[in-house]
Design a protein around this ligand. Structure first.
Ligand SMILES: *Cc1c(COP(=O)(O)O)cnc(C)c1O
Length: 480
């Protein structure tokens, strides 16, 4: 493909993606293909001779689309949303063309400098305490990680290195492996699986603490656990608080947890707000951040709910040196003469290489403006409320926890297997897509408002779809 052919193909591709997204409502949200389906549709080996673009282009609809789960369909209500917007797509195109690997400042100054400023912009939109922002002139700052899972792991590894070096400075004879064996991290039983996984990857124990009746981790629970574990000889050193849990979008009580961590001293508090963090751009949800001033790191995913395409996970550190000290290795080929004047983001993350992801934040924040972004969040929460009202009016259903943000958790009154059957019928029909969760042994259905295309009529559609399957199941039960 030469530049002229690219120009033509690129225009055609842009038309294709506009038509794809604008008409996505009419596609079956969940595909029906079987694992390995592509093997039968394409040759067993790469072609020896290059093929014309037109032939390749036609295979998108033939080979790929039948196997796509349409995450941006307004009938997609599974998991949590993943962001998508025109300005973010434009940014990714540009990022691909620049194609830099921004591991150090000199490796592409714009890549680093824009990221520093965008993380300040975004942090200000959320009203983060100023210690987290680079523009405050202190030790804080933001970095774009690939995912929330990486952010948790980075925070945990930095906390571990910090704890080890602190304990060694107290007693230089102590064996490092002995320290590690006594380190203990905490989160709630509702936290994301990536927290437990970070513990496995970092080689430290994680204790999952019980949440309260609204699935929130409370300060007192944490305090008692840490006291108990200290008395047993463990060294509590890390806590992950979740704002917006994955099963039910519950909020750990940061205003209680922050002071407990502060009181215990030398506890790294990491806050995972992967999904719900986007809502903190709206004043009315910012109270969940009370206590954040006592945290060490905070993370949320603009790539979930803030109209930024995957991947873009925003992480702020109160003291970036903690991470840099933990991960710093400085081979000669990566050194440059401006070191220390700007972050070398390779020290803030696990991989060396990194994409120019801040372009997505720049384009999205400028195109929508803070007002446009807030309108998006509020609209999606309003749609979730509309769905909640429909469910609440039908007395065959119950809502075990209040709806939160764009998520409604509900179930049919009765046995778990009735609800399992209901969900299976819904997903088999493929007109809408949802995933379940378990809350204290109860099987529940989760409806998340995901797509930026979702409108009231899609909420009504989802409810009618649900009701028709519920009607069928009730009819069946009566026959038995
Ligand atoms: C989605 C989610 C994650 C994982 O996000 P990734 O960016 O895919 O790693 C972590 N924590 C919570 C609370 C989430 O909702």
């Amino acid at each position: 493909m030469d530049a002229q052919q690219f120009r033509y193909a690129a225009h055609e591709m842009i038309d294709f993606i506009i038509d794809y997204l604008e008409n996505i409502r009419s596609r079956r949200v969940l595909p029906t293909v079987q694992p390995g389906y592509i093997r039968d549709m394409i040759p067993a080996a790469a072609p020896e001779l290059g093929e014309p673009w037109q032939v390749i282009f036609q295979d998108i609809e033939r080979v790929i689309m039948p196997g796509v789960t349409h995450w941006h369909s307004p009938h997609f209500h599974a998991y949590f949303p993943t962001g998508n917007s025109w300005p973010a797509i434009l940014a990714d195109i540009l990022s691909d063309a620049i194609g830099c690997i921004g591991f150090s400042w000199i490796a592409s100054p714009a890549c680093t400098d824009l990221e520093v400023v965008m993380m300040d912009w975004l942090g200000q939109l959320l009203g983060l305490p100023s210690q987290f922002l680079a523009c405050s002139g202190g030790t804080g700052g933001g970095v774009i990680q690939g995912t929330a899972s990486e952010a948790t792991l980075v925070a945990l590894l930095a906390a571990k290195a910090k704890a080890i070096s602190r304990l060694k400075s107290i007693d230089s004879d102590v064996d490092e492996s002995q320290i590690v064996g006594r380190l203990l991290a905490y989160s709630s039983d509702q936290s994301h699986s990536s927290v437990e996984r970070a513990g496995i990857l970092a080689g430290v124990r994680v204790r999952l603490l019980p949440s309260d009746e609204l699935f929130s981790l409370r300060g007192e629970t944490l305090k008692l656990a840490m006291e108990e574990d200290r008395a047993k000889g463990f060294i509590p050193f890390f806590v992950t608080a979740t704002l917006g849990t994955t099963p039910s979008c519950a909020f750990d009580d940061l205003s209680e947890i922050g002071p407990v961590c502060h009181q215990f001293e030398n506890i790294w508090l990491h806050v995972d707000a992967a999904y719900a963090g986007s809502a903190f751009i709206c004043d009315e949800y910012r109270h969940h951040l009370n206590g954040l001033e006592l945290a060490d790191s905070f993370n949320f995913n603009p790539h979930k709910w803030l109209l930024v395409n995957f991947d873009c996970s925003a992480m702020w550190l109160k003291n970036a040196n903690d991470v840099v000290d933990a991960f710093n290795v400085d081979p000669l080929y990566l050194k440059h003469d401006r070191q220390g004047q700007a972050p070398d983001y390779r020290h803030w993350q696990i991989p060396l290489g990194r994409r120019f992801r801040s372009l997505k934040l720049w384009f999205v924040m400028r195109s929508y403006g803070a007002e446009g972004l807030r309108a998006h969040i509020r609209q999606q929460i309003k749609l979730a409320c509309e769905f909640h009202q429909l469910v609440a009016k039908d007395d065959r259903f119950e809502v075990p926890v209040p709806p939160a943000m764009g998520l409604v958790c509900f179930r049919m009154k009765g046995e778990n297997n009735l609800n399992e059957t209901l969900l299976k019928r819904i997903n088999d029909a493929g007109r809408i897509h949802m995933v379940p969760a378990k809350l204290r042994g109860q099987f529940i259905l989760r409806l998340a408002v995901c797509s930026r295309y979702t409108e009231s009529r899609d909420i009504v559609f989802a409810w009618q779809e649900l009701r028709s399957h519920a009607n069928f199941l009730m009819g069946q039960q009566q026959l038995l």
